[in-house]
Write a protein that binds this ligand. Structure first.
Ligand code: OGA
Ligand code: MN
Length: 297
């Protein structure tokens, strides 16, 4: 088998064939994948009928795995056995569709907003790997935005204004934008707001990139209103159609993305009627974005 990477969008996203992710990869093949994700930021691996153990084994080669934030919600029995797998489905622990007002459903609706994974953690996610096990007959696409290309396209004056800015991110902010549901003090305290830089250098490509998410709600040094307006402007700019790739899922697709230089969002589907079962592994970065910028200064 020869590993091949073909571009699928003018700016980013590669389609990888000629590799079987169920098996342990040799070092050269793994290095080719690492170089491809650094360059393309999103990789699509079609036809990978992997199970959770195989997904964990492949993902863990990139670094330590992060558990799902949704596990913080009290009163739920997890559906999936392994804590390294985030349950990105509309199913309960008995594999039944979640009810319309179920907190887990309301929580997951936050994925419909543009975001990058785990920017609400001090040390956020480097990569996410999402495996399609069951998909609905229509809807449920995932969109990706190229934040390196968006940064390059910003006017020079804006780029200069963003240099050194720090935003605060909280999972409870993005959740509150979509659904008002009860979050108790203990759940809130488990994930307090954290600071992240607004612009950074992507370590894999040395390109400058925006670092944005619906989790961001305040910019240090700006008024609450000015920070929110700036974040809204940047998000709107960065998610123009020219920077966006839409992934229409096929069962067996594994899509991997670099959270350091992209945003993504899930699209609507009739989730009280159709099942959608996706399993995600998340690779943690090695340091907070502030510490990374300090170390490279
Ligand atoms: C995720 C995510 C969107 C989707 O898994 O991190 O945001 O389309 N998913 O399921
Ligand atoms: Mn996500």
């Amino acid at each position: 088998m020869t590993l091949t990477v073909e571009p699928v969008h003018p700016l980013f996203v590669g389609r990888v064939t000629g590799v079987d992710l169920r098996r342990a990869l040799d070092d050269a093949t793994f290095a080719t994948i690492e170089a491809a994700i650094d360059r393309h930021a999103v990789l699509i691996f079609p036809g990978q009928a992997i199970d959770d153990e195989q997904q964990i084994a492949f993902s863990a080669r990139f670094g330590p795995l992060e558990g799902a934030a949704k596990a913080i919600l009290k009163g739920n029995t997890p559906r999936l056995a392994r804590r390294e797998i985030a349950d990105v489905s509309n199913l309960d622990e008995d594999n039944r569709l979640l009810g319309e007002t179920d907190r887990r459903r309301l929580y997951s609706l936050g994925n419909r907003l543009w975001h990058t994974d785990a920017s609400f953690r001090k040390v956020p996610a480097r990569y996410s790997l999402l495996s399609a096990r069951v998909i609905p007959p229509e809807g449920g696409e995932t969109e990706f935005a190229d934040l390196r290309a968006a940064y390059d396209a910003l006017p020079e004056t804006t780029r200069r204004r963003l240099d050194g800015l720090v935003a605060e991110h909280s999972i409870w902010h993005s959740r509150g934008l979509v659904a008002k549901f009860e979050i108790d003090a203990e759940e809130r305290a488990a994930l307090p707001p954290v600071p992240q830089v607004v612009v950074r250098t992507h370590p894999g490509s040395k390109r400058r990139t925006l670092y944005l998410a619906a989790h961001a709600f305040r910019v240090r040094g700006l008024s609450e209103a000015d920070g929110a307006a700036l974040l809204a402007d940047l998000t709107e700019f960065a998610t123009q159609p020219r920077f966006v790739y839409t992934h229409r899922w096929t069962v067996g697709d594994l899509v991997m993305w670099d959270n350091r230089c992209t945003m993504h969002r899930g699209r609507a589907y009739d989730d009280t009627r159709y099942r959608r079962d996706m399993h995600r592994t998340t690779v943690r970065d090695h340091a907070s974005t502030l510490d990374q910028v300090a170390a490279s200064a």
